[in-house]
Design a protein around this ligand. Structure first.
Ligand code: FMN
Length: 379
């Protein structure tokens, strides 16, 4: 049973903060560590569907310290002790028992859980998850309820707004009554596109409706000054940025943003040190470093492996000194088992990866990780 002082301390963790928003594919471990280095106060994991962590095996990679939750030879979630105190795990769920099982599975490695109630994508809505929960408040609250009662960590949720303000306030009050420690509001409706301005003005009424709970503003935070402005103009306790971080993760620096190339270097360094999945690394860096006319961009675009990517950024030394070691270790782990846990013969991409690890040819370091999330972002 959690006492009142602890619950108050949990709520206070969500006040006066500048946070990294959950982002499928982009908010993986290297990005979260980078944001923390630049000054983020808390970082959200990408949404991870409860059932995808259910039967995972927890493996600690001795070489890198990375904690991996693996199923069918795929990483469903990776984290590192360095982020544990600041990491909020975002769940995608439509069922209380599954949400609870997933939370229990990973709770030793995180500092809180968030329920995604805002995703408008078809795969979420079809499964009764994401924004579908906003129109099914009984289900939404039953998930929060079971988590609040059974998990000794703060529970939060992230919603959008309805067109109708009264409907939004009614939902907010119900959700807060479950005992959550904070509420994030993405100030757009389910049907609004990201290019449409976030409706910060809608926050005032929400903040006033639930005065004891920190409300986190999300939407159109692109500069360091925006975090403060969001709090000042809306009464929000904290603010959270997604696309602003993709544009430049150093948005969290009070001293101002760093040049994109410096951020790209720091990001790739984290990816190599954490042996991040190559496909995920390349996808993310191409979203982050968008100076399409630069030679660096052209070289990165044609990169086929970590060695190429590091060379494009002038980081060959990093690859030789660190990458070859940690990426090889990771390959061994992935290649010594096929999906049924039996020894596998390298073929296709795996073969290229093996060759790369031996320093012979381009390839990928780990071909299976993140495939589920990669599929999801395409939907
Ligand atoms: C690439 C990408 C992936 C996202 N993935 C998630 C997610 O996993 N969970 C979630 O609640 N929101 C997700 N979002 C929405 C963001 O968290 C955020 O609510 C939205 O982008 C508005 O914030 P912004 O204006 O700062 O970008 C994603 C957004 C982007 C751009």
């Amino acid at each position: 049973m959690v006492d009142d002082d602890t619950r108050k301390a949990w709520r206070d963790r969500y006040r006066n903060g500048n946070f990294l928003a959950p982002m499928v594919r982009l908010g993986t471990l290297p990005m979260r560590l980078l944001c923390l280095e630049y000054g983020a106060d808390l970082v959200w994991s990408p949404e991870i569907v409860d059932q995808s962590v259910a039967d995972t095996e927890r493996v600690v990679d001795e070489q890198t310290g990375v904690v991996r939750y693996i199923k069918n030879n795929r990483d469903m979630f990776t984290t590192h002790p360095n982020e544990k105190d600041k990491l909020i795990f975002q769940l995608g769920s439509a069922a209380p028992e599954s949400a609870l099982a997933a939370a229990k599975k990973v709770m030793q490695d995180v500092s809180g859980f968030d329920l995604n109630c805002g995703c408008p994508k078809q795969f979420s809505l079809q499964g009764g998850m994401g924004a579908a929960l906003m129109t099914d408040p009984d289900r939404l609250c039953s998930i929060l309820d079971i988590l609040v009662k059974n998990i000794d960590l703060p529970i939060t949720c992230k919603i959008r707004v309805f067109d109708d303000e009264e409907k939004t306030l009614a939902l907010v009050k119900r959700v807060v009554a479950t005992g959550i420690s904070a509420l994030t509001v993405h100030c757009r409706t389910k049907d609004m596109r990201p290019r449409e301005p976030a409706m910060w003005k809608r926050l005032d009424a929400i903040v006033k409706a639930v005065p004891d709970i920190p409300v986190i503003l999300n939407g159109d935070v692109f500069n360091y000054e925006d975090f403060d402005r969001a709090r000042r103009e809306t009464g929000a306790a904290s603010a959270m940025s997604a696309r602003g971080v993709v544009e430049n993760a150093s948005v969290f620096r009070s001293a101002g943003k760093l040049p994109a190339i410096e951020v790209a270097h720091a990001y790739i360094e984290n990816c190599v040190r954490m042996a991040n999945n190559y496909t995920n690394t390349k996808y993310s860096i191409m979203q982050m470093y968008t100076d399409t006319k630069s030679q660096v961009f052209v070289d990165m675009r044609s990169a086929k492996c970590y060695r190429d990517l590091c060379a494009a950024l002038g980081l060959s030394e990093l690859y030789e000194n660190v990458g070859t070691k940690v990426l090889t270790e990771r390959l061994d782990l992935n290649m010594n088992k096929n999906v049924r846990g039996k020894p596998a013969t390298p073929s296709g991409k795996n073969k290229r990866a093996a060759q790369e690890a031996r320093g012979k040819a381009p390839g990928a370091d780990n071909v299976q990780v993140d495939q589920i999330q990669a599929k999801r972002i395409k939907t």
